[in-house]
Ligand binder design. Structure first.
Ligand code: PNS
Length: 159
């Protein structure tokens, strides 16, 4: 069994994230969802809210943990005992950023491996940014996020 770290902002956790975690755990045996801070973005949901939503969305799936990390991803991976990092690449527009992070992390920590998964076809178009935008304008996001996240978004934007 291997242990993959799945890092991100998860602001909020979407069905695309769920797809990657489920497929990651089938491949690696153990996946830790590691909620970090994006250097240039202020999150809509607090760290505690994002941990709670991801934990609830993943409840009942064996081999999953949800945690937060601060600082460098390579250090978090070492501390948590992960053997690789898992990231999703939805389209070519994701690739440059993801490859840059993967190579920089490998420079910072030789031997550090990033594994990319293409999303399933039903979730390839999903993004947390679009989900936030739709919810903030009163749109229905229930097809894009787990139920607990849809409830949290409805609560946040109810008028
Ligand atoms: O999915 P996101 O929102 O793009 O996640 C970005 C995240 C949190 C994975 C990334 O910003 C990150 O790894 N932050 C930790 C800081 C770090 O290690 N920076 C150097 C990476 S090259």
């Amino acid at each position: 069994m291997s242990h993959a770290l799945f890092p991100g902002s998860f602001d909020p956790f979407t069905n695309g994230h769920l797809d990657l975690v489920e497929r990651g755990v089938a491949l690696f045996g153990k996946v830790t969802v590691a909620i970090g801070r994006h250097a240039t973005r202020d999150p809509m949901f607090s760290l505690e809210e994002r941990i709670e939503m991801a934990s609830e969305a993943l409840r009942g799936i064996d081999g999953i943990e949800v945690t937060a990390f601060d600082g460098l991803l390579v250090n978090a991976a070492k501390e948590l005992g992960a053997t690789c990092v898992l990231r999703g690449v939805r389209a070519s527009s994701d690739y440059d950023y993801e490859a840059q992070m993967a190579r920089t992390n490998a420079d910072l920590s030789p031997g550090f491996e990033t594994v990319f998964l293409a999303p399933s076809k039903d979730t390839a178009h999903l993004s947390a940014t679009l989900v936030r935008q739709i919810a903030s304008m009163g749109g229905d996001v229930s097809g894009f996020v787990p139920d607990c996240v849809a409830r949290a978004l409805n609560e946040r934007f109810k008028s």
